[in-house]
Design a binder for this molecule. Structure first.
Ligand code: TXA
Ligand code: MG
Length: 325
């Protein structure tokens, strides 16, 4: 099911100052949808306790309703009001929050979260973003915010307010413009039940989690448990067809370079993975804007943030599912 079709609204672009934050918080408390910057990507926020507002997220994104949403909180204390927090999760929160780590935990019954957020699961995904504007907004609203990435379902995540406007203008009340997102790929998602399972590689390298936990972390590959759009093969897709591990473009291809492999666009000329992550979605958006129908991408090392970058690129290169976008 998707909720009622989104109504045409004029989407306001709010400035990153006290007035903009106040206006954003007021809209959110009224049950409206507001996109806001996090250090990873822009999120499409709604009051997580307001079922109508949460339904509006699914409608605005055209997202299948079985895909649960991440709840954004200011800190570990707020998380503990929503979910059961085992010691190991508390340790990870201390080590990595605020930051690009989402933890999937067992939800409390009295959490006050709309059931649509969890999409029928007994668990809830929680994250405390580090971006100063996201933190100010969470404090000003005083409510946990459900927020998936602020893009139409199946498309590339937004890392600027312009990307948000290109995808969702007319479908949401406002976007709080905080400039480009510094990390540029979505948060790392970890489940603990009780063994740690990686649900999505992301802005926090998995090596850092393994070091903190003192153990190797396995990828979750059980398709029955996984109804996450981040795990659908075709996702994060630009319009054009994508060819990976290319050392040079073939005729008709636009080359996306990295390090020594030069391109018309480059993720990082110096081969820096942090810079490449920050540039990734911006480059895919630019390739869309250029109308590139065939895209060749240079090889990216599979370490640190390279895991998240390669994961997104593999999904961008996968055969497309009809009806996902
Ligand atoms: O960096 C991020 O995580 C961004 C910013 C806005 O915070 N958010 C984001 O949300 O990427 P979204 O909705 O695009 O991706 C959330 C992922 C989805 O793959 C969803 O299925 C999964 O989290 N997820 C949410 N709740 C879950 C749960 N209870 N169990 C398993 N996966 C869950
Ligand atoms: Mg997303």
């Amino acid at each position: 099911m998707t909720a009622t079709p989104p109504q045409d609204v004029t989407t306001q672009r709010l400035p990153p100052d006290a007035g903009g934050l106040r206006a954003a918080a007021r809209l959110l408390r009224e049950g409206r949808l507001v996109a806001f910057p996090t250090e990873t990507v822009y999120g499409l926020g709604a009051d997580a306790g307001d079922g109508r507002a949460v339904a509006g997220i699914y409608a605005a994104k055209g997202r299948p309703s079985f895909n649960p949403l991440i709840v954004h909180v200011p800190d570990a204390e707020a998380a503990a009001r929503i979910a059961e927090v085992p010691d190991r999760a508390a340790d990870l929160m201390t080590a990595f929050w605020p930051g690009p780590l989402t933890l999937v935990l067992r939800a409390r019954e009295e959490a006050g979260i709309s059931p649509l957020v969890q999409a029928g699961l007994p668990t809830v995904a929680l994250r405390a973003p580090a971006h100063p504007l996201a933190r100010h907004l969470l404090r000003e609203v005083g409510r946990p915010l459900a927020a998936p990435s602020a893009n139409p379902s199946g498309r590339v995540s937004p890392t600027t307010a312009d990307h948000v406007m290109a995808g969702l203008s007319g479908r949401i009340a406002a976007v709080l413009d905080g400039g480009p997102c510094p990390v540029g790929v979505e948060s790392t998602i970890l489940a603990l039940d009780p063994a740690p399972r990686l649900l999505r590689a992301g802005g926090l390298p998995v090596e850092a989690l393994e070091e903190a936990l003192g153990q190797r972390i396995a990828w979750d590959t059980d398709p029955a448990r996984v109804a996450a759009p981040g795990q659908m093969a075709s996702h994060y897709a630009p319009q054009g067809a994508v060819r990976l591990n290319a050392l040079a473009p073939e005729p008709g291809e636009v080359m996306l370079g990295f390090g020594a492999v030069a391109g018309e666009l480059t993720l990082s000329a110096s081969g820096d993975l942090q810079e490449a992550a920050a540039n990734l979605f911006g480059c895919l958006h630019r390739l869309d804007a250029m109308g590139a129908d065939r895209i060749a991408v240079a090889p990216i090392p599979e370490t640190g943030l390279g895991q998240a970058i390669n994961d997104r690129l593999r999904r961008a290169a996968a055969p497309r599912h009809e009806g996902l976008a």
